[in-house]
Design a binder for this molecule. Structure first.
Ligand code: 5RP
Length: 210
């Protein structure tokens, strides 16, 4: 089980400083969608240059032109790129084909997908690397989480690895870990903690013991 640190509400220098605090405890650093909007793919390049031993995920949430977007993120140094599960099959196929050319991975974000099991089966058959259940900020604000969704996709996904994101904190991590995803994505649960290093270390311990 891997741990991904999601950086969303920081600029590049602050993001790099934040990763320095926790780099020994995380496997993947996510350049979140707000950073890509604010800074562009330059943020991916800067993070990869600063931490070549870590994997960097570009959270582009691609919805169209999958091949082109994945090509640009790959050129910037991303190891993983996100594509939306709600996009067309042809978009996901194009993203996977381009990722294969560059030795990169595709994580499909199932945010806002209504028929979760059916779409997870279809996306799985398209050869993606990860399928991620995700409760975004707007539904987190309504008290929702993706923990039950994780159990639902675990029951139907055969090939891809599974991932979970959305409001995961130290207190809720044991429930997430019990569902055995391959990847746990944590943003505010680490970046908003009083002691980020201690929180990330404890998360690593919980994940490694699973
Ligand atoms: O993709 C995202 C928002 O769209 C976030 O990166 C993801 O939800 C993880 O952050 P947090 O743990 O703070 O919810």
């Amino acid at each position: 089980m891997k741990l991904q640190l999601a950086l969303d509400l920081v600029n590049i220098p602050d993001g790099i400083a934040l990763v320095r605090e926790v780099e020994q405890y995380v496997d993947i650093v996510e350049i979140g969608t707000p950073i890509v909007i604010n800074e562009g793919l330059h943020a991916v390049r800067a993070m990869k240059e600063a931490f070549p031993h870590l994997q960097v995920l570009a959270d582009l949430k691609v919805m169209d032109a999958g091949g082109y977007e994945v090509m640009k993120a790959s050129e910037a140094g991303a190891d993983l790129i996100t594509v939306l599960g709600a996009s067309e099959d042809s978009t996901i196929r194009g993203a996977v084909a381009e990722a294969r050319k560059h030795g990169k991975s595709i994580l499909v974000d199932m945010i806002a997908v209504k028929d979760l099991e059916q779409r997870a089966r279809e996306v799985d058959a398209l050869g993606v690397d990860y399928i991620c259940v995700h409760t975004g900020y707007d539904l987190q604000a309504e008290g929702q989480n993706a923990f039950d969704d994780l159990r639902r996709i675990k029951a139907v996904v055969k090939q891809a690895k599974t991932a979970v994101a959305g409001g995961i904190k130290l207190g809720t991590l044991p429930e997430v870990v019990a569902a055995q995803p391959d990847l746990v994505i944590v943003g505010g649960g680490i970046t908003g903690a009083d002691d980020r290093a201690a929180t990330a270390a404890e998360m690593r311990r919980l994940i490694s013991g699973a």
